[in-house]
Design a protein around this ligand. Structure first.
Ligand code: 77Q
Ligand code: MG
Length: 214
């Protein structure tokens, strides 16, 4: 049977990237998705904005909602300090299996814990199951209609502290209008939009960075 897009993306990594070299994994994915076959990675342009936010926050604990093939997981994990932890959640087991191999090819498996499941079930269990108190950084890149309910759930579960940073992908395309309205109007967040483009295209998109004020 025909291979899947994630399988073909992994093939491009194994063919073109050097084991243990996260930069070459990032480059291999971007080259493949720009020249051969589009895929919904955060991409190189928004990826640079992601890099700058990760470097600024210098997080000890990171939550990523929406692993996909592990592109943004690799981008984030390669910048983390030695004992920092990144928990990433993927809904689709077949996609998660690809992401594990991409993360391993980059040599970053020790910094990353990939969990399979749905955010609504997973978020209330994080404290108890993963021994995490609060997250310094959350990267939202899963179902766009889940951004708002999951943010409220993280608040309710006490997973955010004064200064926690939420960074949301795709707030313009596909869009997360209710989430944007919430973080931009709530007195509990200081929000800023980083204008960019939908990965590998000229279509407008951007990242919304929102600092939780407690
Ligand atoms: O849909 C997107 N991502 C989400 C994929 C599914 C996530 C499923 N999932 C993972 C963890 C998890 C936990 N709980 C519940 C569900 C969960 C996405 C789409 C586009 C896009 C597509 C077509 C187009 F024409 C323009 C733009 C671009 C992006 O950058 C995207 O990120
Ligand atoms: Mg995205």
């Amino acid at each position: 049977t025909r291979s899947t897009r994630p399988q073909r993306l992994l093939g491009a990594v194994q063919k073109n990237a050097t084991r243990g070299d996260p930069g070459s994994v990032i480059q291999a994915i971007d080259h493949y998705c720009r020249n051969k076959e589009w895929a919904m990675n955060v991409g190189d342009e928004k990826g640079c904005i992601l890099d700058s936010v990760v470097s600024e926050v210098n997080p000890a604990t990171v939550l990523e909602l929406g692993t996909y093939c592990g592109y943004s997981t690799v981008r984030i994990a390669r910048l983390l300090p030695p004992h920092a932890k990144l928990i990433t959640l993927e809904f689709n087991p077949a996609v998660a299996a690809i992401a594990r191999q991409v993360i391993a090819w980059a040599g970053l498996e020790d910094k990353v814990q990939l969990v399979e499941g749905a955010s609504g079930d997973f978020i209330p269990r994080i404290k108890e199951q993963f021994g995490v108190k609060t997250f310094d950084l959350v990267f939202l890149d899963h179902w766009k209609e889940y951004y708002l309910p999951d943010t409220k759930l993280m608040e309710e579960c006490g997973l955010l502290r004064k200064g926690s940073v939420l960074l949301a992908d795709n707030v313009v395309c596909p869009g997360a209008p209710d989430y944007l309205e919430y973080v931009r109007s709530s007195p509990r967040y200081e929000s800023r939009y980083f204008k960019s483009h939908l990965e590998y295209t000229k279509v407008e998109d951007g990242l919304e960075k929102s600092v939780f004020l407690g």
